[in-house]
Design a protein around this ligand. Structure first.
Ligand code: SF4
Length: 93
């Protein structure tokens, strides 16, 4: 199946849901990266590479849900509890 997907990618054809599920569940990360790079090279033959800088600001670790698996949350009065101000959040960006 990977060969069929490689051919589709080389021909610039869209992948379908079955292809996507196969890539998600059965293909190792390096192969997936190689296929993604092939698409990038086809779409940007001049060698342009870009990336997205994403931020997920954890403005507090105070949480009342208390999921059993969670090592992040703190009760409000815990010495490690924090709540960032708007100014502090703005200074992170
Ligand atoms: S995972 Fe942690 S921070 Fe998230 S809701 Fe559960 S206890 Fe709260």
């Amino acid at each position: 199946m990977i060969t069929a997907i490689e051919k589709k990618i080389a021909a610039g054809q869209p992948l379908d849901r079955r292809d996507a599920l196969f890539l998600l569940s059965d293909v190792d990360l390096l192969t997936l990266g190689k296929l993604a790079d092939a698409v990038r090279r086809r779409m940007h033959p001049q060698g342009c590479v870009s990336f997205v800088v994403d931020r997920n600001v954890n403005y507090t670790n105070i949480c009342t849900t208390k999921c059993k698996f969670c090592a992040f949350y703190r009760d409000e009065m815990h010495p490690d509890a924090y709540l960032l101000s708007y100014t502090q959040i703005a200074n992170l960006c």
